[in-house]
Write a protein that binds this ligand. Structure first.
Ligand code: IMP
Length: 191
């Protein structure tokens, strides 16, 4: 209650009701069910290790895992990108490594957004050094207009224009990850 009482007008303006929804929760669920079936077909009779990129992919990974019927385990990595303010320098640093060896295993890197491609290119290069049996990428969202590295995901939930989005795991300054729909973050709402 205290938090609500002390919320700034910016917080109030950004209540879930006021945010423009780009992709509704039922559309997200439907698309993830399709991707799960596709993964089952592509890796029929095999097992898969889903490697989620913290924190944004946590919710996507948890729903995707439940849409997959083949044997499936999880691991997580975390990265940080160097840069000042909102502009990244393009350098990516691993801040949490895998907990287990991946040699000879089918890996799907699970990411919330494929944007410039710098993060996933870095992670793919890193994982390939450990000689997995196969390596695929599942990205819930793809912003192809922003690409700096030539990389494509094998599984894409939705291709979207260049909006900054929040919700369903994605944040602005660590907030809004728990919104069930994917919403457009209004450009004039930044603190
Ligand atoms: P990339 O290295 O530019 O492809 O960056 C991908 C990462 O940038 C994503 O995993 C997100 O953490 C972040 N990102 C890019 N676009 C958005 C957005 O619209 N909302 C929230 N995070 C974003």
């Amino acid at each position: 209650m205290g938090e609500y009482a002390m919320a700034t007008s910016a917080h109030r303006a950004l209540s879930p009701v006021a945010l423009p929804v780009l992709i509704r929760r039922d559309a997200i669920a439907g698309r993830i069910a399709e991707i799960g079936k596709q993964i089952d077909r592509d890796l029929a009779g095999e097992s898969v290790l889903l490697v989620g990129v913290l924190k944004g992919a946590a919710i996507f990974l948890s729903d995707l895992a439940r849409a997959i019927s083949i044997q499936c385990t999880f691991d997580f990595v975390a990265v940080s990108s160097y840069g000042k303010g909102t502009r990244s320098s393009g350098a990516v640093k691993l801040i949490k490594d895998l907990d287990q060896p991946i040699e000879g295993r089918n890996i799907i890197l699970v990411e919330d957004i494929l944007d410039t491609g710098l993060t996933l290119s870095f992670l793919k290069r890193m994982l390939m050094q450990h000689h997995p049996r196969s390596l695929r990428v599942a990205a819930l969202l793809d912003k192809p207009d922003r690409r700096l590295e030539s990389i494509q995901a094998e599984y894409v939930g939705f291709s979207i224009p260049n909006h900054f989005v929040i919700g369903y795991g994605m944040d602005y300054a660590e907030r809004y990850r728990n919104l069930p729909d994917i919403c457009i973050f209004p450009p004039d709402a930044a603190d």
